[in-house]
Structures are given as structure tokens and as C-alpha cells.
Design a protein around this ligand. Sequence first.
Ligand SMILES: O=P(O)(O)O[C@H]1O[C@H](CO)[C@@H](O)[C@H]1O
Length: 294
Amino acid sequence: MFPEQKLGYTYEEYKVTADWLLANTEHRPLIAIICGSGLGGLAEILKDQKVFSYSDIPNFPQSTVHGHAGRLVFGTLKGKSCVCMQGRFHLYEGYPIWKVTFPIRIFRLLGVETAIVTNAAGGLNEDYKVGDIMLIKDHLNMPGFAGNNPLVGPNDERFGLRFPCMSDAYDRDLRKLAKTVARDLGYSDFLKEGVYCVLGGPSFETIAECNMLKRLGADAVGMSTVHEVIVARHCGMRVFGLSLITNKAVMDYNSESKANHEEVLQTGRERASQLEEMISRLVEGIEPNNNNVC
Ligand SMILES: O=P(O)(O)O[C@H]1O[C@H](CO)[C@@H](O)[C@H]1O
């Protein structure tokens, strides 16, 4: 006999964590920001911070990847209450997908209405340059095609529907707002909009895989974000996503380039201040959603 496999957290387990956070901070965030690899500096722009190490929060997984500090930062940005993950979880760290997305449901129980998800990604679209910021308009969920979707398992109606729609995953109004913000900041030259493809990692893609993904319609490739977005949409949050193009995917057998995590982190450092400015202005323009399910 095989031992029964755990398929996710119970509602009560999510509540334990959410209630612990509510008891330990006075912040009541409406906006959650998830920092991608090397983008943890985004959390530093929050004022009146209350910071928790993931290791101190009941049930919280731990960050194991360089460039993901493992801190949950509450604070205000442009007068709005926010919570920021300085470090996310990835499948390749060995976490089951329901642990990867655990924080999203916690945020929902805290009252968060809007999720801003950021990541570092490899550019597949040949028009993209290193340092470009790509607004995510849609995704390709490769682990999902193989049955690894964070909503697999019994559905808890207190979070959302059994079969949530994903054709409107990335909020059109927030993308419009981001384009206006980027134009006002003079960022239009490096602003793109495209399709993000998630793979399991941790190995970077082969040349053949990059060419295949491009033909399938992906503009950028990474190892995160999509699982979080699916859970956020399932529980009725609005989602805004952006990818920082940290490296160009290698598409050509004559190329000497090699993807590496140090380059990913370095590009994050170089674009940090523009990303901070853009996210601040975006948050400033976000209207409360009055906790309506989108
Ligand atoms: O998606 P984020 O967390 O930004 O990180 C990206 O950067 C790492 C690879 O360098 C991978 O984890 C990839 O997903």
C-alpha cells in the first residue's frame, strides 16, 4: 500500500497562517507584490514596514534560491497598504505546486484584491532586448499541460470555482494603466507586451526548446508566476504581471551565449530603479476593487 499523498492545505491550515499574520501586524493590505529573481529591492520602497522572515511564519515554505531573500514585507506605498514577497517558491526547489502557491490564498484571506507578479525571464521574441520590461498579456502553462496545475485536488468553494476561466487572467485595465505610467516615465522604448511561458526548470532551455516555444507563441520563458496567477484568479484577485527580460534565450547553434543565473540577477540590479518607479506609479493608480470577484 502507498501512503496517501497530501494534495494541498486545508482551509483551516490557510486560516492558521492568515490569522497569525493578522494578529502580528496592523497592516491590512489590498495589494500583494511578488518579487522575481533579483527584484527583491522592490520591497524596499514600502514605508512603515513590518517584516517577517518566512521561517517565523507558521506553515510558510522557505526560500532556497539565490536572489530570493525569504521575507514577507508589509507596508504602505503611495499611501496604499501592500504586502510584498521578497522571494517566491518554484517547482524546481522540490515543492509541490500547492506549496508554491500557498502565499496567494493567504493574501486572499488577508483581504488582498490585486496581485502584482514580477519575474525574470529569457526573451524568445527576437525584437526583445535585455532590460526590456514585458507586460504579461497571457501565458502558456507547460507543467499544466502535463497535469501539474495548482488547482488539482478537491476544490474548496470558499476560494473559488472548480473550473475558473483563464482567458482574462491578466487584467486589461491594469495593463492599460501600466502603459500610461510607462509612457509618462519615458519608458516606452523598453516596454513590451507579450506571452510568458512557464517551464519546470531548473535547467535552462535547449536551443531546440527555445525555438519550439517561440513557434508556440511564447515571447518570454521562465520558471514561475503562472501557478501563482492561476490561484490568484481562482480566488477572484485581479492580476497584473510583468517580466524583466534578463537575458536573450539562445536560439542559434552558432551562438556562444549561455544562460546563467548571475546574468539574470545582474539585469535585475540594473533595472531596479525603473521597476520600482513603475510599480509605485501603478500602485498609486490602482482603485480598490471592493473585494468583488473578477
Ligand atoms: O521567475 P523568477 O522567480 O523571477 O526567477 C527566474 O530566474 C531563475 C533563473 O535564473 C528562475 O527561478 C526563473 O524562474
